[in-house]
Design a protein around this ligand. Sequence first.
Ligand code: NAD
Ligand code: 2YH
Length: 259
Amino acid sequence: MALLTPEDLENLLDKLEYNEKVIKKVTGFEIKQICEETYGTFPDSEVVGIVPVTSGNGIIDNFTASLAAIVNHFGLKGFVTEHTDISGYNEAVSRRADIIMMADDHIFIAHNLKNGKISTNHECTGIIYSEIAARYLHADSTDILVIGLGRVGYAGASHLAKKGFNVYACDPNIEFLEKAVKELGVKPYERNSGKKFSMIMEATPCKDTISEGMVSDRCLVSTPGIPCGLPENIGKKYKVDMVMEPLVIGVASMLYSVF
Ligand code: NAD
Ligand code: 2YH
């Protein structure tokens, strides 16, 4: 599994500001509004305790500090515990956190201690990026392509299928593709089919996953994938709008899902 790097976390709020503008332009909504409507929730002055976790590859420089900045950006009070791991968890509860956020190398969770709701970053990231793609104002049909059916992409495809979209998907992992066909009713996307999309959600850890044959003119690519799957020349040639941001949008989605 790909871990975030300290470089991914540089200038997060600048990247957010750019993406806020793109999201408003392509959907007509702000991220907060999309989260509110997706989960039917609103913030209520929750306090968020963020616990650094040392297991596995250990602390990622700036990860918990970035989470605190994101929490504050969305109008909540966030603090990073002085202690790590179990001691940090105990400290967060003692300091009256309503929501605990913490991540190891495999999973990143938000747990609301007041209402018992728990969310994962991979599922909430899939939901919010697919929801952004689904709201594209200039979509030419309800056909949408999901590239990558791992943890994030599967959650996105599932969200879109539940919303009634006509979901096409591809993944070199045949088991993942067959599972999505069987459980979600997605259609396998054939690269040589000539079918192009005005809405694409990309969720892979690979470059250049988006090829010229997939994109229609002025399509929207909504992608949490790191690195970017859209080659620059294709983006320019087809005047693609792209939503791509390494952490904040997914974290906003996690918070709203547990309010
Ligand atoms: P994952 O490893 O569970 O799934 C990735 C999937 O992509 C795999 O099933 C793989 O077979 C597939 N894939 C690889 N190459 C492909 C190709 N050319 N075409 C189609 N599918 C291909 O990973 P994940 O947890 O789902 O995360 C996906 C990406 O999203 C990673 O880069 C991760 O770092 C990133 N991520 C970003 C955020 C964010 O907030 N921006 C949050 C979570 C994850
Ligand atoms: O980046 C990660 C993993 N890829 C899980 C995220 C799921 N999308 N984890 C962050 C690890 C943070 C570290 N333990 C810390 O600084 O607390």
